[in-house]
Design a protein around this ligand. Structure first.
Ligand code: ATP
Ligand code: MG
Length: 343
């Protein structure tokens, strides 16, 4: 009920990152993992973060929960607020109060996230009882209801099974049910469906979207796959080498991407698991983050660049688009690209 009220309230960010610069000091050098990243997730919204390997997606997700190893990183500038709490300066106790109860996380590999030696029911009930003051019996009932919402028909039987006795898709649905079990305001999901085949992935995404929308839970969904974004997300941020290079409503960014890198990502996205006729890999690789050249980070791989690209482009609105922003001196206008229908 509370969640529904929140979802209906005027846009109120549950996660707000402003110009965050984060480095990993290593061997006398610094890996610039996040370079002035700004990103916002409003209550009840499903927001995607998409980019190639090494673009800073997981660092963004982990830092939002302050789950990066404490001495491994340094914040150079910027702000990060999670449900109004300043994550950079919060105490460990404050962070513990947020994690699990108000913000849940779903990881890519369900076998690592589930305890292999405990039955599903016991694990779910433990999580529920840890964060909510309800009896074990009520927690058990709640767990069954959540599994049923994830379309696990024989929920009671599944509660009595060990993780290894379930298929990958089933385990991922159990993890999603667990993430929702404490009625969080935000779920951060880092590539949770990447290991699944396309059909199972689509089913899992549909269930996740339905449950998020019915409960008013916001989702920050990390993926390298634009097809997943097009199915699931209301808005999207495209990341490259630790920079947000484009953002906007999913439909705008998918149908008319403006940054040459976003265009490349879209053209490289398979459709229904099959390569699309347009399929082209983006030539080259992500630059070395310990030696980022000044200016646009993509310019070494871009066929539209010129001398202006030696200056860093800022995210700026695009004419005629409601929310789309692009960090590029030479935004492109291309014929519209179609991907997967929203689910
Ligand atoms: P993938 O799609 O492969 O998961 P990603 O976009 O999630 O990629 P990140 O894991 O966020 O990428 O990493 C961004 C950069 O930060 C990479 O260059 C990575 O090597 C570096 N990095 C991440 N964690 C650390 C760490 N603890 N120490 C040093 N460098 C790190
Ligand atoms: Mg990652």
């Amino acid at each position: 009920m509370m969640a529904e009220i929140l979802a209906g309230s005027p846009q109120q960010p549950v996660l707000e990152i402003n110009s965050l610069k984060l480095v990993f000091p290593v061997y006398g050098a610094e890996i610039s993992a996040l370079n002035n990243v700004s990103l916002k997730v409003n209550a009840g919204e499903i927001v995607g973060v998409v980019g190639e390997s090494g673009s800073g997606k997981s660092v963004t997700a982990m830092m939002s929960m302050r789950l990066l190893p404490q001495d491994s990183f340094s914040i150079k500038s910027g702000e990060l607020k999670l449900l109004g709490t300043d994550v950079i300066t919060a105490s460990d106790k404050q962070m513990r109060q947020l994690r699990g109860a108000r913000v849940a996380m779903i990881f890519q590999e369900p076998m690592n996230a589930l305890n292999p030696t405990r039955k599903i029911g016991r694990q779910m009930c433990e999580v529920i009882c840890l964060h909510q003051k309800i009896s074990r019996q009520a927690a058990f009932k709640k767990a069954i209801g959540l599994l049923q919402e994830m379309q696990i028909g024989d929920a009671e039987q599944v509660m009595g099974r060990y993780p290894f006795e379930l298929s990958g898709g089933m385990r991922q649905r159990v993890l999603i049910a667990m993430a929702f079990s404490c009625e969080p305001e935000l779920i951060i999901a880092d590539e949770p469906t990447t290991a699944l085949d396309v059909t199972v992935q689509r089913q899992v995404l549909r269930l996740l979207r339905r449950k998020a929308k019915s409960s008013g839970t916001a989702v920050l969904f990390i993926t390298h796959d634009m097809a997943v974004v097009s199915q699931l997300c209301d808005r999207v941020y495209v990341m490259y080498a630790g920079h947000v290079i484009e953002s906007g409503n999913t439909a705008e960014v998918i149908e008319s991407p403006a940054h040459p890198y976003s265009i490349g990502l879209l053209q490289a996205a398979p459709e229904n698991g099959e390569p699309r006729s347009l399929l082209k890999a983006i030539p080259g690789t992500v630059p070395n983050l310990a030696k980022l050249p000044g200016g646009c980070a993509f310019r070494g791989r871009c066929s539209h660049g010129d001398s202006q690209c030696a200056q860093s482009p800022k995210l700026a609105a695009l004419d005629g688009r409601s929310q789309q922003q692009v960090a590029c001196w030479h935004p492109q206008r291309i014929e519209s690209i179609t991907l997967q229908e929203p689910i």
